[in-house]
Every structure is written in C-alpha cells, then in structure tokens.
Design a protein around this ligand. Structure first.
Ligand SMILES: [Cu+2]
Length: 215
C-alpha cells in the first residue's frame, strides 16, 4: 500500500514541477554559457580531449579579491578584474603531453586579457609570481626571445571575455611538468600577449593572480 502511494506521489510531483517551471522565465543564465561554450584552443594543433577522457590531476579555483594575508586569488587592478570575478584552472597530463584549461567569470565583458602560467605563487606583489613557466628555460632574463617566449614553450591562455564577462581558454603542450616541479600561478594581464622579438611574452601589467597547488 505504501509503495502504491509512493508510485502515485512521484508522477504528481513531476507534474507539479513542470507546472511551476512555466513561471520561471529564461532570464536566469545559471551556468549555461559556461558549459555550452567551446574551449578556445590557443595552440590550434590538436583538438581538446573529448569530455569523457578529460581527467585533470591538478585543479585550482578562486574568487579574485584585493590582497589579504593568505589570499590565493588576488585582483591587483579592480578596474580590470573586478572583485568577485572567478577563475578555475585544470591541468591534465599524460606521459608526453599536457592540456591546461581555464574558465573565468565576472570579468569586463568583451575585454581581451593576457593569461599565462607563472613559476611562483601569488603574493601582495604582482612580480613575486615570477616569470612564465618555460619548458626549455631561456638563458637570458627576462625572456623576450620568441624562440623561448612562445605558446609552445610556455603556457599561454589568452582570452576575450564574452558579453557576460565569462571566458574559457585551453592550451595544449607537447611536454609535461617534471616530477616535483610545476607552474604555481595563473596570472591575468591587462593586454593580449605580444609575440615580436624583444617583447615576446609580455602582456602589460599583471592584473590578477590565482595560486596553483604544488604537485
Ligand atoms: Cu604572464
């Protein structure tokens, strides 16, 4: 008898749910934009992994706020990365290649940002995050030589925020982080990354920083 009552209750609940949903307008975006939008592949050579095989070994996310002791997601320029903006980074590696994905929200709609993985964690001082992580280290510092400062040797994740201030980007590398060594931050820059000799890899001021976990 109890089962019978439950069997009746379930369809009734479903009907009630359908009826209610009529009143919910299409004004709430929720996560539709994020989940439906395609990853922007910076390097272009390989397609992103199919969703089923994507299994990152490193994930970090945070909400950018002005620096406080212990912060792991910091905005250095609230006019460019508004407090409350978010970013998440996921890194998936196999034996010889790596894919890095970033998703961001709360940015300035339709604004272009430079973005890279850097060597050190975030602090109150933007430069403390160090230079870009390089697979083959440039013997000259700062590295502005396009034969080292390029998106094959560094992890570049530049993006332009959409009309809602959201963005996705991905980078594919034909190398992996050596054991016990990895990039420790995602830096957002005020400008897209330059590629010309003498300025390669530069992208204007550092406007936000997300610390990545040690691996
Ligand atoms: Cu950078």
């Amino acid at each position: 008898m109890l089962l019978r009552a439950l069997a009746l209750a379930v369809p009734l609940t479903m009907i009630a749910g359908c009826t209610n949903s009529v009143d919910v307008g299409p004004t709430t975006r929720v996560s539709v934009t994020t989940s439906a939008s395609a990853w922007t592949v910076f390097q272009g050579a390989v397609s992103p992994s199919p969703a089923g095989s994507w299994s990152p070994d490193t994930v970090a996310s945070g909400t950018f706020l002005p620096y406080k002791p212990g912060s792991t997601a910091i905005t250095y320029d609230p006019a460019v990365v508004p407090p409350g903006a978010t970013a998440s980074v996921a890194i998936a590696q196999n034996t010889q290649s790596m894919e890095v994905r970033v998703q961001a929200t709360g940015l300035i709609p339709r604004r272009a940002y430079g973005a890279h993985l850097h060597t050190m964690p975030c602090t109150a001082t933007p430069d403390d995050a160090g230079p870009h992580y390089q697979h083959q280290a440039d013997p000259s510092k700062p590295s502005v030589d396009p034969s080292y400062a390029n998106p094959q040797n560094e992890v570049w994740l530049d993006f332009t925020a959409d009309g809602y201030g959201e963005a996705d980007a991905a980078a594919l590398q034909k190398w992996t982080f050596p054991a016990g060594q990895s990039a420790r931050s995602l830096i957002l820059h005020a400008q897209p990354t330059r590629t010309a000799a003498g300025v390669a890899g530069t992208a204007g001021p550092r406007v936000a920083c997300l610390t990545l976990p040690e691996r």
